[in-house]
Write a protein of this length. Structure first.
Length: 64
């Protein structure tokens, strides 16, 4: 029940994670594995966010 509660309270950005978790081997769906996988997912999301900001640029026009 704890795992279900955790999954139900995740933000919509984690919908793909929940789908992947539900397809995970039932014998391995425990609180320990869920916690580890959520930490990995959070790390990936943060890394992707930083990388996308690193490539953002400002378009400026220069006149001679």
């Amino acid at each position: 029940m704890i795992i279900t509660k955790i999954l139900m309270t995740l933000p919509s950005a984690y919908n793909h994670f929940v789908t992947a978790w539900e397809s995970f081997d039932e014998n391995k769906r425990n609180l320990y594995n869920l916690t580890n996988r959520l930490i990995l997912e959070q790390t990936r999301m943060n890394r992707d966010n930083v990388e996308s900001k690193a490539f953002a640029t400002n378009k400026q026009k220069y006149f001679k």
